[in-house]
Design a binder for this molecule. Structure first.
Ligand code: AFP
Length: 328
């Protein structure tokens, strides 16, 4: 089934049915254009670092900017989006000439895992669709909505195959880009994350900064079948949230970027509006769970557009257990 047919079917009973389909198709187009750039690697002349530090304090790559611009161009063609928050922009971007009843706001990370680009590693783009408050003054406050209010969320994975994974609030579904027809085809409908799978993803080099509950949880996993978990665990870390969450959607496990003592000026590394909220909706729509260790991610009330939070996402039994470690 082609993406367009899937959307026509799935959106039929939703508000703004045709509009939501058009919006998701425009994001899919952005994904195809970025996939073509990524596939060219150094030949595309965009894998170089720029002398620009973005609002995250990170050195921007040309591909970060090109991917951002592609998203903005594709979203603006729909005239359905009032404004967007991007990882690459300090303030929201407001679209001119959008329809008066334009129903959407979009938050996006145009190129997640960009530090992998230099060695041809897996990267992705992440997006979250929120309702635009009617007749509201254009301000950051419009975007500060709890994750439960997301209308849709997804990512594009630029890996050996290019994949689009989306939720419209009724399950999580994966599409593969056919390189011959340039059409996203439904290949993994209604993904279900196993309740338990003995594999965790964490940047272990930061262990000395973790809080006690996280130290204990990882130590118990590492103790294997001789330890309290009586089970041998595996570990993976792709340094790209898209790549790690994709693996978890396909086979289970847990993704962890916890609160740590080295970054006391912020609650975590990952950004709530355009990384953790969309991934949490995808994971929970696939039967998994998303937590900070102390609260449900999707219930968090955002306070800033580039706010960072602890992220613990994946197999529900594992995330429940990690929450219990934090309550002890
Ligand atoms: P970049 O987009 O700056 O490469 O960061 C990727 C990311 O936001 C997320 O995708 C990874 O899970 C995480 O950061 C990697 O963090 P470490 O650099 O600590 O491994």
């Amino acid at each position: 089934m082609k993406l367009s047919d899937f959307l026509n079917q799935s959106c039929a009973n939703l508000n703004h049915a045709g509009q939501l389909s058009r919006l998701i198709l425009s994001i899919a187009d952005a994904g195809k254009q970025i996939a073509a750039l990524v596939a060219k690697g150094k030949l595309a002349g965009v894998t170089n670092k720029l002398d620009i530090i973005n609002v995250q304090g990170e050195t921007q790559m040309q591909l970060d900017i090109s991917s951002h611009d592609i998203f903005i161009d594709c979203l603006s063609t729909t005239k359905l989006v009032v404004g967007a928050v991007s990882e690459e922009l300090a303030s929201p971007y407001y679209f001119d000439g959008y329809a008066v009843d334009a129903p959407y706001l979009v938050c996006f990370d145009p190129l997640d895992g960009s530090s992998n680009i230099a060695f041809d590693g897996v990267v992705g783009s992440i997006f979250s669709v929120l309702p635009a408050p009617m007749n509201a003054e254009r301000s950051e406050a419009m975007f500060l909505q709890q994750g439960i209010h997301q209308i849709a969320a997804g990512y594009v994975l630029y890996g050996p195959a290019t994949m689009l994974v989306i939720t419209l609030g009724a399950g999580t579904h994966a599409f593969t880009l056919d390189p011959d027809t340039h059409v996203f085809e439904l290949t993994h409908p209604d993904l279900q994350i196993p309740a338990h799978y003995p594999e965790f993803a964490i940047n272990a080099s930061r262990q000395r900064f973790w809080e006690a509950p996280m130290q204990q949880y990882i130590a118990d996993c590492m103790a294997g079948e001789e330890g309290v978990r009586q089970c041998n665990f595996n570990m993976r870390w792709m340094a790209s949230m898209v790549a790690d969450i994709h693996r978890i959607l396909m086979r289970g496990g847990v993704f962890l970027y916890p609160k740590d003592r080295q970054v006391t000026d912020r609650a975590g590394r990952l950004r709530l509006l355009y990384e953790v909220n969309p991934m949490s909706m995808l994971v929970e729509q696939a039967g998994g769970k998303a937590s900070t260790g102390r609260a449900s991610v999707l219930g968090l009330q955002p306070t800033q557009i580039h706010q960072r939070v602890p992220a613990i996402l994946g197999s529900i039994q594992e995330v429940d257990l990690i929450d219990q470690y934090h309550q002890r």
